[in-house]
Design a binder for this molecule. Sequence first.
Ligand code: THU
Length: 135
Amino acid sequence: MPALTHEQQTQLMAAAKASIRHAYMPYSNYSVGAAVLTSDGQIFSGINIENAAYPAGTCAERVALGNAISQGHTQFNAIAVFSPKGEISPCGICRQFISEFGPDIQILFHWQGQLQQVAIKELLPFSFSKTQLNA
Ligand code: THU
């Protein structure tokens, strides 16, 4: 997978930030936005959606992917995640969810004061996948 251009990185992170205004987080007050870039260049965003039954809440990354998938997309180049509360990288469940769609998906996030771009296979090595199911 080709590395994202600086412009693509900026655009994707901007979409993640822009989505935050719709975050539904009455319990944690911790808003998160995510944006996914499809292989044909479209961007779909998502936000965290919490629930009074806490475990029923959903992360922004999975909402963004679900938004894209529900509109027919399953090929992804990258996903950006952002929180105005501070540096964030995808949680373990989201790493597994993203891995489903390919090991080379690039994850963009702020960490240690820098914009990081790391392939999902580096964030979740030895992941469980359809390879194991089909063995
Ligand atoms: N959250 C995300 O949306 N993405 C992550 O990768 C980590 C956590 C959300 C879930 C919950 O609504 C809030 O952040 C606090 O955990």
